[in-house]
Ligand binder design. Sequence first.
Ligand code: BTN
Length: 330
Amino acid sequence: MTVRDVILEILKAHQDDWASGEELSVRLKMSRAAVWKHIAKLRNDGYEIEASTRKGYQLKSAPSLLLPAEIRDGLKTSVWGKRDIVYHPETASTNTDAKVLATQGAPEGTIIIAERQTRGRGRLGRTWFSPRSQGIYISFIIRPRLSLQAAPILTPLAAVVAAEALAEETGLEVFLKWPNDIMVSGKKIGGILTEIGSEMDRVDFAVVGLGLNVHIWGFPDDLEGKATSIALETSRRISRAGLVRGCLGKLETVYEQQKRSGSGPLLTRYKKLTAVVGKEATLDSGGHRFSGRVCDLDEHGALLVEDGEGKTTRVVSGDINYPFRGTADP
Ligand code: BTN
């Protein structure tokens, strides 16, 4: 825990009265002048803290930013969110930052989060609309024991985590469009971008990036009609930190289950949320377009598509169109 985390913990424990300067300086083992400097920094970050020479300090309000201390407040995980949370008011892309940190040896559990991305990236070279404090832009560093061949399972894993957390936190009916689109009312509300660093045939690290549209009330022309947000779907504001905590809790249980029991239980959840198996689909993959019936997903989350002549093709990545719940169009 950092000094600021401890100060916030004490202030939150004294929400209805005052935390004395004496208590803070004893708990933090620092002078009252040093405590005051930390309080000044917190105020600078948007915490409204009243100070009285006689009574001490009282927290009046916390900023609605995704500051590490806000995410950790009430977090019930043991790994995810308990290690380093790197916070950026603004960055190019949290996935790019995470890849740099992972290459430098950052451990599993490291999280990078930003209020705004100037070059947010989506799959297939697309950009990710990332306006300030209106979404969740977060990347997780994972060091899974997986072969390169098995690595695609990480996208369904993250998609299940995000979809289930989103449904539980908002009450929305959430679907997944294979492989990584998080959908509500037939429109995209979030997405996953998984990037791998590898050694020979083994995954060294994976960066799993999650983007969720939270308080976005309007989209650029090219996304209009295709994208939606929690605010548009529910007409209310939610706690972004609460939703991040929900995702961290889910990630911990889903990832543990995957390590313990393999991908079977995860794929059952993923198949339910995608409803892709058994559907007639059109695919764009590896530069060509074809159609067929999705007969199953393999153990790594790849599609097995059967054409009219009974030939089965395995599809690891690409764009798919199929009729799924929540949309009228295939
Ligand atoms: C997609 O649907 O194409 C994937 C979108 C992934 C967006 C997230 S936002 C956080 C992380 N940083 C990025 O640059 N991209 C991912």
